[in-house]
Design a protein around this ligand. Structure first.
Ligand code: SF4
Ligand code: SF4
Length: 302
């Protein structure tokens, strides 16, 4: 597996919300910076509800910029109403009605794939930029870079936004962490697609197990190497562990559940007064991950 620009790209995913995926991502950013390399950044790919920045009370804004998608527009003067573009559009985003001379693109359905531009032999389609959302970068109190994307309200183009957001990765760090949106749909696939490795965050409960199984199926389907982080270890039952053993899935580490720490971070203090057993959990995970990568330019080995 090749690493992009020698950057190690690790996605942190979970089959469901509420497993503590973002708190794990933020802690990994923190502990990797403290115990591996200062050149690490986090990209929050939950473009509908980014929340990683909320865990850094003293965060400083570095940059805010708009992200755009290219939407085709049809020039009625040039259009022959041949409907070739309609045939090419997989997303049913184009309506052409020859008898009444109507041809239009529905921007909310368009995925900016460019197929209609290729289809049209009459130069009747030109693209124009339309705002997709905003991309904002921050510096954390420990000077790690955090970037998040926020999709325009009402837009369903999460995958496009995540692709735009991921273009921000690479220039700033040796290690890039991608905090994936919850679920197992296209935005998750887009997040993990070019990652070298996926950490699956789960919790040892029946709901956690069900959603974990869906994620395992997905990652096996797209052939992504992965291992599991059991968050909130100590709650629930052993079914999760039985499943992981049966499927020969590696447990990268366990983060014990602490009621006191949960109260601490729910008030925004994720990275202060971290209990020793939780810190040890993260340090152990980082040691294992380090071993999986020979060096920053090296090969990944499972
Ligand atoms: S760019 Fe793609 S999705 Fe958008 S209208 Fe053209 S063919 Fe359809
Ligand atoms: S392919 Fe071009 S000419 Fe044909 S209907 Fe579409 S926009 Fe019009």
């Amino acid at each position: 597996m090749s690493q992009i620009n020698n950057q190690i790209r690790i996605a942190i995913a979970s089959g469901k919300g509420g497993t503590g995926k973002t708190t794990v991502s933020v802690n990994l950013l923190h502990f990797i910076r403290m115990h591996w390399t200062e050149s690490v950044e986090l990209i929050d790919c939950d473009v509908e509800e980014p929340n990683a920045a909320l865990f850094f009370p003293d965060i400083q804004k570095l940059q805010l910029k708009d992200a755009f998608q290219l939407i085709p527009g049809i020039d009625i003067e040039k259009c022959t109403f041949c409907r070739k573009c309609v045939e090419y559009c997989e997303f049913n985003a184009i309506v052409v009605i020859p008898p009444v001379g109507f041809a239009e693109v529905n921007p909310s359905l368009c995925h900016s794939c460019g197929a209609c531009m290729v289809a049209c032999k009459f130069d009747a389609i030109q693209e124009y930029p339309e705002k997709l959302g905003e991309i904002e970068s921050f510096s954390t109190m420990h000077h790690s870079r955090l970037t998040e994307g926020r999709l325009e309200i009402g837009s369903a183009m999460q995958t496009l936004m995540i692709k735009e957001l991921k273009k921000e990765a690479g220039a700033h760090s040796e290690i890039c962490l991608f905090d994936s949106p919850p679920g197992t749909s296209c935005p998750v696939v887009t997040t993990v697609a070019d990652s070298d490795y996926v950490m699956l965050v789960t919790e040892p409960t029946p709901f956690g197990l069900y959603d974990l199984q869906l994620m395992v199926e997905l990652l096996r389907e797209i052939k992504k190497p992965f291992a599991v982080i059991v968050n909130k270890a100590g709650i629930g039952n052993r079914d999760m562990y039985d499943y992981l053993a049966k499927e020969h899935i590696e447990i990268l580490g366990e983060i014990p559940f602490s009621r006191e720490y949960a109260a601490n971070y729910s008030s925004g203090n994720l990275l202060v007064n971290i209990p020793t057993n939780i810190e040890e959990g993260y340090l152990s995970i980082i040691q294992k991950i380090k071993k999986k990568f020979k060096d920053h330019a090296g090969n990944y080995h499972t």
